[in-house]
Write a protein that binds this ligand. Structure first.
Ligand SMILES: NC(=O)C1=CN([C@@H]2O[C@H](COP(=O)(O)OP(=O)(O)OC[C@H]3O[C@@H](n4cnc5c(N)ncnc54)[C@H](OP(=O)(O)O)[C@@H]3O)[C@@H](O)[C@H]2O)C=CC1
Ligand SMILES: O=C(CO)COP(=O)(O)O
Length: 331
């Protein structure tokens, strides 16, 4: 069956944007990637590598890069992989086509409390929008290891068509219409990965980690259901699947950030000079504030927000979580 989506562009030259571009270019298909930094553009075009963000992956020659957003005009679909704090500004520079935008970043914008699809609605009200989210370490996707992911769009036919166009023998997108569920799963799991990293760094044990994963999932579910997400999405690849991946591996930048916090380093120290993002550090105060405003109980998210801000110690945060009133599990 022929696809309407053949010529893809990727907005963002970090690890995930580069891995997705490589996934699509590996069979020789032309893929255009926009990166902000000339150093990344030059390395991709001349060495077929991205030494800054995905150093170990050889890239296909059919993947070409540019630092000019105008070079993404006229393509069939764009994967948008810019960390959420920078997303609005980048979207403003995109050529105004009608091709679908597929959002692959996992976070919530400060002040607006908007997820990527809402941010795009402001910039491109009529453009079709989708979300791609799940347990997907970039280096594994670039290496062709088996991966499954959720692809959500309001319009099921669009979600299915995009899923078919992005599928590869080792990469299986599952179509969904639960856009908000996919976005909330990805944003909240990043925060919970920081919490699990803290538990690991502070040597609080594996029981504590398992408790955090399941009570964290309860928080994700409360927040998600309150905002209209479906329980199956949160229990699927974009929620629980990604939560398990990033709460159990120091390959996760969020988990690794938490490990440093758990060992007693400050967030400012851990984030100084780093080029890679741990989106959970941006999202924790935002999701915590949104939950507070909406009366949703999210104590783990709140604790991570305080630890990232540096206004609580790990010992204080653990004590606060353990001294909460006992309650019925499903409540
Ligand atoms: N890495 C992974 O395995 C996965 C990541 N994600 C999500 O994808 C998103 C992107 O992460 P990832 O690709 O890993 O990023 P990286 O940490 O690898 O790289 C950081 C990215 O942020 C960009 N950036 C930094 N400052 C700015 C700015 N002011 N304006 C625009 N862009 C800027 C960098 O571009 P520049 O070089 O121009 O500074 C670079 O592309 C995040 O939301 C993440 O949660 C989702 C699934 C998997
Ligand atoms: O989202 C990811 C894998 O699904 C990557 O997680 P980190 O951003 O924590 O590395």
């Amino acid at each position: 069956m022929t696809s309407d989506f053949v010529r893809f562009g990727v907005v963002g030259g970090g690890a995930w944007g580069t891995a997705l571009a490589q996934l699509l270019a590996a069979d020789g298909a032309p893929v255009r990637l926009w990166a902000r930094e000339e150093e990344v553009v030059l390395a991709i075009n001349t060495q077929h590598r991205n030494p800054l963000f995905l150093p170990d992956a050889p890239l296909a020659p059919s993947l070409t890069a540019s630092s000019d957003l105008a070079d993404l005009a006229g393509l069939d679909a764009l994967l948008v992989v810019v960390p959420v704090p920078y997303l609005r500004a980048v979207l403003e520079g995109l050529p105004s086509d009608n091709s679908p935008l597929i959002f692959c970043s996992k976070g919530m914008e400060a002040e607006s409390f908007a997820f990527p699809v809402d941010i795009a609605r402001d910039a491109f009200p009529a453009r079709p929008r989708a979300v791609l989210s799940g347990p997907t370490f970039a280096h594994e996707v670039a290496a062709g290891l088996p991966t499954a992911i959720t692809l959500a769009a309001d319009d099921l036919a669009l979600a299915e068509a995009l899923a078919r166009a992005l599928a590869r023998p080792h990469f299986r997108p599952y179509a969904s219409t639960d856009v908000i569920g996919a976005e909330i799963g990805g944003a909240v799991k990043n925060i919970l990965a920081i919490a699990c990293g803290i538990v690991d760094g502070a040597r609080l044990g594996l029981n504590a980690r398992a408790a955090l994963i399941s009570r964290g999932f309860a928080e994700m579910t409360r927040f998600g259901l309150a905002r209209g997400a479906q329980a199956e999405t949160l229990a699927g690849l974009a929620g629980l699947g990604d939560l398990v991946l990033t709460c159990t591996s120091s390959n996760s930048r969020n988990f690794a950030l938490g490990q440093g916090l758990g060992r007693g380093q400050s967030a400012a120290e851990l984030m100084a000079d780093r080029r890679t993002v741990a989106e959970g550090a941006f999202s924790a105060p935002v999701v915590a504030a949104a939950a507070r405003a909406e009366g949703i109980d999210m104590p783990i998210t709140d604790a991570v927000a305080h630890l990232v801000a540096g206004d609580a110690s790990v010992a204080d945060a653990v004590q606060a979580l353990l001294s909460r009133p006992l309650r019925r599990e499903g409540a």
